[in-house]
Design a protein around this ligand. Structure first.
Ligand code: MN
Length: 239
């Protein structure tokens, strides 16, 4: 078989690598993949009509370039009339690996951030009812706003902290990380049996109850005690 020829250029320009900010630094965290956990708080499983004693958490993904920097306007997406917020703890992976053990999992974490797993709820319900994929409900453009990552050195490993989200001045979500069904080490261990984790991976760990609709003009503010607060507006798209 002939040697593979050396090509000099791409036929389309490679886009810059998506990245997330690092708290207290000019450094950038280069994003490799975005993994998400669904159904990881019992109260949220119930509000979605499920039974947390029968349904285990699940994984889905978003494209890396769905990340939106803190403070950046998010356009109301097309093809939905029920666009929802989901505040989540985001884990940033600093050291890769497959089949990571629960005991070793936290050594793979670079840091933590606040994220919003934006969701086209109407398309998710339709996909669920028809047994179809979740991509159009979850993995759309600008669907992953997140605040700066705090390093483990800065913040440790938060396990008992308030997680909340408000729309304009109204508190919509108000819970605690201690209610996660799968803990962060358990998520990393389980996820790494499906995919080899790489430095630069982000994991959105699931949302507590209180999810609800957003409309153009809303300001979303979301926090986890000890981490930078995330804030962004929802803006109408001019066509
Ligand atoms: Mn979510």
């Amino acid at each position: 078989m002939a040697d593979r020829p050396m090509y000099a250029s791409y036929v389309s320009s490679p886009l810059p690598r998506p990245w997330a900010a690092v708290h207290g630094s000019d450094d950038r965290f280069a994003v490799h993949r975005i993994y998400c956990v669904g159904r990881n708080y019992a109260d949220h499983v119930r509000e979605m009509g499920g039974d947390p004693s029968r349904e285990t958490p699940i994984f889905f993904t978003k494209a890396a370039d769905a990340v939106v920097a803190n403070g950046t306007d998010v356009p109301y997406p097309p093809r939905t009339t029920n666009f929802h917020h989901e505040v989540e703890l985001v884990v940033a992976i600093g050291k890769g690996g497959a089949n990571i053990t629960v005991d070793d999992a936290l050594s793979h974490v670079y840091g933590y951030a606040v994220g919003n797993d934006l969701t086209r709820r109407d398309l998710q319900a339709e996909a669920r009812d028809k047994g179809q994929p979740w991509d159009s409900a979850k993995a759309f453009d600008n669907s992953a706003p997140m605040a700066a990552i705090h390093t483990v050195e800065q913040v440790g490993h938060p396990t008992d902290a308030r997680i909340w989200l408000k729309v304009n001045d109204e508190i919509r979500q108000d819970s605690n990380l201690s209610k996660l069904i799968w803990s962060v080490p358990e998520i990393i261990a389980e996820l790494s049996t499906f995919w080899r984790l790489q430095p630069g991976d982000l994991i959105f760990t699931g949302t507590p109850d209180g999810v609800g609709p957003l409309v153009a003009g809303d300001t979303v503010t979301a926090g986890i005690y000890g981490l930078d607060t995330l804030q962004h507006r929802i803006v109408a798209v001019s066509v």
